[in-house]
Ligand binder design. Sequence first.
Ligand SMILES: NC(=O)c1ccc[n+]([C@@H]2O[C@H](COP(=O)([O-])OP(=O)(O)OC[C@H]3O[C@@H](n4cnc5c(N)ncnc54)[C@H](O)[C@@H]3O)[C@@H](O)[C@H]2O)c1
Ligand SMILES: O=C(O)C(=O)C[C@@H](O)[C@H](O)[C@H](O)COP(=O)(O)O
Ligand SMILES: [Zn+2]
Length: 359
Amino acid sequence: MINEIQSNTYAVFFDKSLKALEDFLETHSYSKIFILTDRNTGEYCLPVLRKALPTLTNYDLIEIDPGEENKNIDFCIGIWKMLLDFGADRKSLLLNLGGGVITDIGGFAASTFKRGIDFIQLPTTLLSQVDASVGGKTGIDMDGVKNIIGTFTQPKAVFINSQFLATLDRKQIISGFAEMVKHGLIYDKGYFETLQGVDFSAIDETYIIRSVEIKNDVVTKDPTEKGLRKILNFGHTIGHAIESYSLAHDSFPLLHGEAIAVGMICEAYLSHRLNNLSLNELNEVTAYIRTLFPAYVFNHSIDDQLFEYMLNDKKNTDGKIGFALLARIGHCTFDHYVERALIVEALDYYRSLELKTYD
Ligand SMILES: NC(=O)c1ccc[n+]([C@@H]2O[C@H](COP(=O)([O-])OP(=O)(O)OC[C@H]3O[C@@H](n4cnc5c(N)ncnc54)[C@H](O)[C@@H]3O)[C@@H](O)[C@H]2O)c1
Ligand SMILES: O=C(O)C(=O)C[C@@H](O)[C@H](O)[C@H](O)COP(=O)(O)O
Ligand SMILES: [Zn+2]
């Protein structure tokens, strides 16, 4: 069965057969089709796509190295060059087959090439299925700052095939799960509670659909983050700073969802201090996230560096650092500007927890 969620300008299909994709390609006459993969999705996901769509033979493949460290302008130039060399025109289609790195950089490359060509998202990680492929935020990192260059450009369609997740390791699954937890925390307490019983060895498609419904609801109301959409950034002001720091300093950097989990604990603390989140709910959020993720160990000596990153957050105004904070589980508000001393208190709260550490 193919489920479908409608956004402002496109549809998200939940489609294990990829029949909806076949129909899409048949009804759109693209002059050329390009498939963007990274080395892993080229190996694991492209064969699944080719098997499901044996008629899709006429395409050019663009493959980049996997990993957040490659979501940058150099790889983007590589994609633009390939499009140019292979003769992409304005009626070409870029099909992004991969995780959030591929859907972000591919979306950005397509939205800027010849001032914009069509792209579709075929997300292959849990994180990209529940979050990154939907909503039209495209982008790349620069100087270690997350997503600092980018556009709001909607894809022509998103095709979610949960079978892609079969080759994903547990760490990646749990990283994606962090964004699902975020969806429950900001929008739907019942969903947050349901997620606590989820079996990671086989994530039910119902949950993926619920997360996409929540994300789609928010971005449909506010596609370009003038207000409400900022709630999708809960956990990200501090989380992105931690992610950037880890990318620059650790031999095995935190994954996006792992860093956002740290951010969600710190920002739940701020929610308690500034936005009426009750102590009980703060403890509930902290305890649950602690069961999912080991501790990330960092001390005061890196606080200045974390602040440098936070000063680049896109929710900031007039040099004040912006946050989306929970008012209660299931409800989040935005445009909270927080002083450094309180942010340090939130980092201290995280540091004070006795957590199992990463090995
Ligand atoms: N645009 C948005 O709204 C949005 C939302 C959330 C996150 N993001 C971005 O998404 C990125 C993180 O995405 P991610 O977690 O998918 O990371 P990722 O794209 O790096 O994928 C994780 C790893 O899994 C591999 N992989 C992908 N699919 C696979 C499969 N089916 N089987 C085996 N291996 C597979 C990839 O090659 C990579 O090594 C970050 O850059 C984050 O900033 C964007
Ligand atoms: O779609 C959104 O809006 C989000 O904030 C979703 C986040 O999970 C995602 O990580 C996003 O890329 C962060 O955006 P940014 O504007 O803080 O770079
Ligand atoms: Zn995120």
